[in-house]
Design a protein around this ligand. Structure first.
Ligand code: KIV
Length: 284
């Protein structure tokens, strides 16, 4: 049997060059990472969306570097073959280039990530450049950037008008020139995504709700399997309703304990008669 190799950056670039669509997914925990690795997911993002999907916050803003490192470590342990992207949380890179490099380094050194992602356009190009110069592959994130959703007017389509679309095209160019190996386009129109992909010279363009015209696709794992009951974005495709399966199972468990159907003999362990008798004797 040939041993499976870990995905490298040259392999991702090769997929870009040959038009082999890259499959990317978010992941936040060890057991899910094991499944994703086995299924052949190529790029995995430990997104700060874990603040909502795993920790129950209303937004991604309260997520800390410690949260991100802990979850990234678990994902790396479960998915040793994927290209792992650690998502830089709010205020881990915005204050300065220095803070961006230091925190990007933590994802690599402490969690075994292969790269990091941060949100923002031309105004964050110096952070991307500093991180890349430090030898860390950096991914940009444009369009709907959840850390600035308040400034963007909520979770809504970005780059709808010619003017706002042009700004996103310019931002993508600035990130590419700063050395971003990849750029995520979230919730922008499909035509805008296609233009940016066609104009990109080096960066790998990944789409989240931005249509098929990119080099790869990203979904949020919890949206794919009905695991985030509070909200289901229109762009998400549900590949299986694990949330429903889990809820049914939990309701059955409650009902079976109450009606004393559970536990059945196969769910517990007996004791031999001779041991039991001896024990009773000891107890008088
Ligand atoms: O945190 C995350 O999962 C993300 C996605 C919304 C792309 O950044």
């Amino acid at each position: 049997m040939t041993e499976r190799k870990k995905i490298t950056l040259p392999e991702l670039y090769k997929k870009r060059a040959t038009g082999d669509p890259i499959v990317m997914l978010t992941c936040y925990d060890y057991p899910t990472a094991c499944f994703q690795d086995e299924a052949g997911i190529e790029m995995v993002l430990v997104g700060d969306s874990l603040g909502m999907t795993m920790l129950g916050y209303e937004s991604t803003l309260p997520v800390t570097m410690e949260d991100m490192i802990r979850h990234s470590q678990a994902v790396r342990r479960g998915a040793p073959h994927v290209w792992l992207v650690g998502d830089m949380p709010y205020m881990s890179y915005q204050p300065s280039v220095e803070s961006a490099i230091r925190n990007a380094g933590r994802f690599m050194a402490e969690a075994g990530c292969d790269s990091i992602k941060l949100e923002g356009g031309a105004e964050m190009a110096d952070r991307i450049a500093g991180i890349v110069k430090s030898g860390i592959p950096a991914m940009g994130h444009l369009g709907l950037t959840p850390q600035s959703s308040s400034a963007l007017g909520g979770f809504r389509l970005q780059g709808k008008s010619a003017l706002t679309a042009k700004k996103i095209i310019d931002d993508a160019k600035a990130l590419e020139q700063a050395g971003a190996f990849a750029i995520l386009l979230e919730m922008v129109p499909d035509r805008l995504c296609k233009i940016i992909t066609e104009r990109s010279e080096n960066s790998i363009i990944i789409s989240l709700g931005a249509g098929p015209g990119a080099h790869g696709q990203l979904l949020i794992y919890h949206d794919m399997f009905g695991l985030y009951p509070k909200f289901k974005p229109r762009m998400a495709k549900v590949y299986g309703n694990a949330g429903e399966v889990i809820l049914n199972g939990l309701q059955n468990y409650v009902q079976e304990v109450k009606s004393q159907v559970f536990p059945a003999p196969e769910n517990y362990f007996g004791m031999k008669d001779e041991d039991y008798d001896q024990l009773m004797e000891m107890l008088g």
